[in-house]
Design a binder for this molecule. Structure first.
Ligand code: ZN
Length: 64
């Protein structure tokens, strides 16, 4: 069973298995990223603020 690779959006850092970022609607996705963080409550997360994240989800810390 083939498993789609997870990709990280270069713009918002969201991790997705789709070919398009569901947030930015762009195809600027990279398979090369470092670190994963789960943002559950963006309004109360310093990390989310630093990364300009406004929607809960799984994000890459750094996209290469
Ligand atoms: Zn994005």
């Amino acid at each position: 069973m083939a498993r789609d690779k997870e990709r990280a959006c270069r713009t918002c850092h969201l991790i997705t298995r789709k070919n398009i970022c569901p947030q930015c609607k762009t195809h600027t996705l990279s398979e090369k990223y470092d670190g994963i963080c789960i943002i559950l409550d963006p309004k109360n997360s310093e990390l989310a603020k630093n990364m300009s994240i406004t929607v809960a989800g799984k994000y890459a810390l750094r996209v290469r």
